[in-house]
Design a binder for this molecule. Structure first.
Ligand SMILES: CCCCCCCC/C=C\CC(=O)SCCNC(=O)CCNC(=O)[C@H](O)C(C)(C)COP(=O)(O)OP(=O)(O)OC[C@H]1O[C@@H](n2cnc3c(N)ncnc32)[C@H](O)[C@@H]1OP(=O)(O)O
Length: 289
């Protein structure tokens, strides 16, 4: 499939006005996979992932996310807080049903390219970004969180990159985003062990910036973070961020199609399918115990 055609097909969300807030409708309107509220007084937008029950990341969610990011860039928001509207889960990572059993090449390629696009838009956004990790954030959930500039997390949840135990090798741009947050050896250990850290451990090694006890506190801390940029010209801030992150961004931009092909080949290998299949089964079986 041709990627430029895919991008053109991304329908930018329509929107409507609500009292003091501007609310954007998800492109897959019936599903409303992403909710956006912009506070007109503060200029801060709150973006909530809303794919019940656990915000697993599907092709449609990625498309909607990209549409929302484009809209926020156009609106020139002062900052974005990314959170979940699912109970106890920030995001459970990539939707395993996109990877197993044996996805079609066409669907999978589109899925992967929109995942890349979502990361590029989040990692390079001109406005400041905060992840409010208000639930578990394994794998792709952690990727969303570490792509933001600042991380707040509620107590007693888990976060990390558990790709290796799921039979997946985290791609280089995912590793780079982790390395940008954590010093080298901690990043490598987290990746190779695939261990999920609880909130306190994540704070102790610097994976998250602050522990907060509720949403009100999270919004107050986010506001303080955004306020640190109030006296910095927006363009200078944005360019500084983008130049600082340039090597990570270019690594993916230069290798988008080979990254997609590599992942597809990896996912379609019978051994990988077997590992993901038994992992998925164990997730389902957990409930029966
Ligand atoms: C060259 C190679 C390049 C490779 C690049 C790799 C870069 C990869 C980046 C990311 C990879 C991934 O994200 S892979 C996905 C990994 N995700 C996980 O391991 C998380 C699995 N889920 C959980 O651990 C738990 O569900 C939870 C802790 C998130 C929540 O627990 P809770 O008890 O609240 O909920 P349930 O477990 O009962 O789940 C409810 C329901 O949802 C299904 N579910 C959960 N997660 C997923 C998922 N990721 N995809 C699809 N479906 C998922 C779960 O099975 C339950 O379904 P049923 O109600 O039908 O039983």
């Amino acid at each position: 499939m041709n990627f430029s055609r895919l991008i053109k097909n991304c329908s930018i969300p329509s929107r409507w006005l609500l009292a003091n807030n501007i609310r954007y409708q998800s492109s897959s309107a019936a599903q409303n996979l992403i909710q956006v509220d912009i506070n007109e007084e503060t200029g801060v937008s709150v973006v909530s992932l809303n794919r019940k029950p656990v915000n697993s990341l599907s092709l449609e969610l990625f498309k909607d996310f990209c549409g929302v990011m484009d809209d926020l860039e156009r609106e020139k928001v002062r900052g974005m807080v990314l959170k979940s509207s699912c109970d106890n889960v920030f995001s459970s990572g990539l939707d395993i049903t996109e990877l197993y059993p044996n996805p079609s090449e066409e669907r999978f390629e589109a899925f992967w390219l929109w995942f890349q696009e979502s990361w590029l838009k989040l990692y390079a956004s001109s406005f400041p970004t905060v992840a409010f990790v208000n639930g578990h954030a394994p794998a792709g959930g952690c990727v969303f969180a570490i792509s933001c500039e600042y991380r707040l997390m509620l107590p007693y949840y888990k976060i990390g990159l558990n790709e290796a135990p799921v039979g997946i090798v985290a791609t280089e741009w995912v590793m780079n985003s982790l390395r940008a947050v954590l010093p080298g050896k901690n990043a490598e250990r987290l990746l190779t062990s695939g261990r999920l850290l609880d909130t306190q451990e994540a704070f102790d090694i610097g994976l998250i910036d602050q522990i907060v006890n509720n949403e009100e506190e999270a919004m107050a801390r986010s506001e303080e973070f955004f306020a640190t940029f109030d006296n910095v010209p927006k363009l200078a801030r944005a360019l500084t961020k983008q130049v600082y992150r340039k090597n990570d961004l270019n690594q993916l931009i230069k290798n988008r199609s080979s990254d997609a092909k590599q992942f597809l080949n990896h996912i379609l290998r019978p051994e990988t399918q077997k590992i993901i299949g038994s992992y998925f089964k164990s997730l389902k079986d957990r409930k029966k115990d």
